[in-house]
Design a protein around this ligand. Sequence first.
Ligand code: PGA
Length: 252
Amino acid sequence: MRRPYIAGNWKMNMTPSEGAKFAKELAEAYKAAGADCKIMIGCPYVDLPAVAEAVKGSDIIVAAQNMANHTSGAYTGEVSPLMLKDLGIKTVILGHSERRQYYGETDEIINSKVLLAIAEEMDVDLCVGETLEEREGGKLEEVLTRQLEVGLKGVSADDMARITIAYEPVWAIGTGKTATPEDADSAHAFIRSVVERLYSKDIAENLIIQYGGSVKASNVKALMAKENIDGALVGGASLSLEQFMPIVAFNK
Ligand code: PGA
């Protein structure tokens, strides 16, 4: 049985004080709603201490949105997994399409981060997804295969328990365009088949695959009703309680 996993990705929004206030309200609202899902919020680095403090004692997992592929050294401007762990942060989002698109992160760089996160016993939310051009050019499966094969290279079968996959078609992110539940489900089924080929049926069946890209209160139920969709990675709609709570409590 795959437990629903709803994550909010704040991206570069919320100052530390805004984030702490919001996170505290979210923890209270989650409890009051009797929501029953795994819940995570991915925050900017500088927000992490205040947000982690604000949700202490709640079920909310606080994650970083990125990290360096080194533990320490001369890497100006980077943040090490050791620094995250020192704050009690044990989950990291890696390979988000904005990192790939704007900051030149290749599958190989992302893979080195995935391996380092695992070596540091952190959980990873690994994002994959195609651009509109790739989808229209019939390359969806080729792109997902490459992102998974390279992104997960060297990850052992045991360590797959630390991996969540977020399928985020780039053309659906922040655009208001959502993949239809059918299209998303078929991409998720394909991802599961790749993981089955790389690992085993058991690992593929237990893998949590989130959908991301303009998830809203109005479409979350139809998406979550699909067999292969186990959660959501939510950007814009994770920034207000009014929009995020109905997503978190989709099954209430
Ligand atoms: P969005 O972003 O929900 O604003 O489309 C999703 C994401 O990029 O994780």
